[in-house]
Ligand binder design. Structure first.
Ligand SMILES: Nc1ncnc2c1ncn2[C@@H]1O[C@H](COP(=O)(O)OP(=O)(O)OP(=O)(O)O)[C@@H](O)[C@H]1O
Ligand SMILES: [Mg+2]
Length: 254
């Protein structure tokens, strides 16, 4: 399974993605969580206490003079799989976590170098080793400029609000315009009423594969910078994400 969560800022991508990864790992699947948002997000929802785990400089080298290709790349001999094994953090339930470095005041040379290596890893990840779950930054810029190409399934997280639904429609059009064939579906988040799924389906034209209710447990987890699945394992929102995992792993795992 290779999927990515996208959607308007603040709709709940990181909370759902982190819970999804943990629940999938608990079913015995190897999971690689990818956070390409330079602002903090997925790590806490996975139950990691770090907020920054960039690729170290030693993993990256300058392209030799005269060679084609990007300016920086993974050190010679270091494959994408090696880079994950050596440098990705390990979250509870064995979820591996790779993150694009944080912005620290200025976008320095280190971040610039690591961006090339990060994108190279995304391009070269072996097909069959992990289930890949991506958490892409809010909005339209990253998902469709090569950062989410690894995903075969795009899950657009949608709140049942006018702006979120409009964003979802735009995102689905952008995703459909891409060269890569992939499925695009919606997950409703912060659902409060029985009719929310139908409203989202009608207003976005997307198939809704899951609905996560508004749940104070997610808000509390955010405040404590903890994983919802650790803090409130029996909560309605966590259970809804677990059902989504079960459904997708039965239907679409590959
Ligand atoms: N089902 C839910 N019920 C209640 N609160 C929720 C729910 N899902 C997410 N939240 C809250 O909404 C806020 C945004 O969630 P989150 O950070 O996961 O969104 P995001 O889409 O990743 O945001 P960003 O675009 O900034 O990365 C957080 O405070 C989170 O706790
Ligand atoms: Mg986020």
């Amino acid at each position: 399974m290779r999927l990515a969560f996208v959607g308007k800022g603040g709709v709940g991508k990181s909370a759902i993605a982190g819970t999804f990864c943990r629940a999938l790992a608990r079913q015995g699947h190897p999971v690689l969580a990818i956070d390409s948002d330079p602002l903090p997000g997925l790590a806490f929802s996975l139950g990691l206490t770090i907020s920054d785990a960039p690729l170290p400089d030693e993993a990256i080298e300058d392209k030799p003079e005269g060679e084609e290709g990007p300016r920086y790349r993974l050190r010679a001999g270091l494959t994408a799989a090696d880079a994950i094994d050596q440098y990705a953090a390990t979250a509870p339930d064995g979820v591996r976590f790779l993150q694009f470095g944080k912005h620290r005041g200025s976008t320095g040379r280190g971040l610039f170098r690591s961006q090339f290596a990060f994108r190279q890893i995304l391009r070269e990840l072996p097909e069959d080793r992990w289930n890949i779950v991506g958490d892409l930054p809010g909005g339209t810029r990253q998902p469709f400029t090569g950062w989410g190409d690894y995903a075969r399934l795009i899950l657009i997280v949608v709140e049942p609000t006018a702006k979120s639904m409009l964003t979802a429609r735009r995102l689905s059009r952008l995703a459909l315009d891409e060269e890569h064939p992939r499925q695009i579906v919606a997950v409703v988040n912060k659902a409060r009423e029985a009719g929310d799924v139908k409203t989202v389906e009608e207003r976005t034209g997307l198939e809704v594969v899951g609905a996560v209710p508004w749940d104070v447990a997610f808000a509390e987890a955010e405040e404590k910078m903890a994983a919802p699945i650790d803090l409130a394992p029996g909560s309605a929102a966590v259970k809804a994400v677990e059902s989504l995992v079960e459904q997708l792993s039965a239907e679409r795992i590959s």
